[in-house]
Design a protein. Structure first.
Length: 292
């Protein structure tokens, strides 16, 4: 049986998100409309935007895993953080719409939400938290930044639903005069979505800017290098992430008395060992440094 690749894991997780968000958007929209809850309608708006963003994530994962070619010698991995930026754009747009509609509803008198909306919200909260954990686990396994953004969509959706649950509970318990508690909850949720947008955007920006964030992997590379016979030590080690892969530039120390042929052999031996021990590595460029 063939081993499931990181790309296949990420694609399955994305399909899971698309199907789940489609079902929830319909359920929330209907429950919010008939249950007189704008917080649930706001939730439905976010789930609808999540559907489109999940399709973007799916496209990004498939495109970023295309093999390297003449025009893209390092592969197409940088497409993934670019897709993440678009996903963040969807989040910001949905948060803005929710905030605007919440303010409008706060200013407009309306009836209390229906009690059964709490049961629906409780089920949604549990499902979205489970979805977050499943997709985030796949994100860690595959090193996918866009899949991480998709996971945070589930978490932000869960917390939006928690805010809606609290708002509706206050409105129902306190009664007349507290109808807008539901809308204040939706307004709070929009602020949380914006905050999460920043949390998703920041790592993707770091990836585009080749920010040094991989000290643990650098330490692992040095340990593996030290285990290769003929490699005396290591100096500079630079890592940049591209999609689900990490590209490495490494300066390896070897004896100054060996031949160029031996140095060339050691560089390839080190390169092969690193790729074998750390499967998520992509291009590994070894620069040989002589030591007396």
């Amino acid at each position: 049986m063939a081993e499931v690749t990181n790309e296949q894991k990420a694609i399955k997780a994305t399909y899971f998100s698309i199907i789940g968000n489609t079902c929830l958007a319909i359920i929330k929209g209907l429950a919010g409309y008939f249950g007189n809850s704008y917080a649930l309608i706001a939730d439905a708006i976010e789930s609808t935007s999540d559907i489109f963003s999940s399709f973007l994530v799916l496209f990004g994962i498939k495109y970023s895993n295309r093999p390297a070619d003449a025009n893209h010698p390092y592969g197409h991995g940088r497409a993934e953080p670019l897709i993440t930026f678009l996903v963040v754009g969807f989040l910001i747009t949905s948060a803005t719409v929710i905030a605007y509609e919440s303010v409008e509803n706060i200013r407009t008198p309306h009836g209390l939400p229906k009690p059964y909306t709490l049961i629906i919200l409780a089920a949604i909260i549990i499902w979205k938290e489970i979805s977050y954990r499943l997709v985030m686990q796949r994100s860690r396994e595959t090193n996918s930044s866009s899949l991480k953004a998709d996971a945070w969509h589930h978490r932000s959706d869960a917390i939006t639903s928690v805010a809606a649950f609290i708002g509706i509970t206050i409105a129902l318990v306190m009664g007349d005069g507290y109808e807008s508690a539901d809308d204040w909850a939706a307004l709070f949720a929009s602020g949380f979505i914006l905050y999460n947008s920043y949390l998703i955007f920041r790592p993707a920006l770091s990836e585009i800017m080749d920010e040094n964030l991989y000290d643990d992997m650098i330490e692992q590379i040095r340990k593996v290098s030290a285990s290769v016979d003929g490699i005396v030590g290591t100096e500079k080690c630079f890592i940049r992430k591209s999609g689900m892969r990490y590209h490495v530039d490494l300066h390896a120390l070897v004896s100054a008395s060996i031949s160029v042929r031996e140095g060339h052999y050691l560089s390839h031996k080190l390169q092969d060992t690193l790729r074998e021990e750390i499967p998520e590595l992509g291009n590994v460029l070894i620069h040989i440094e002589p030591v007396e």
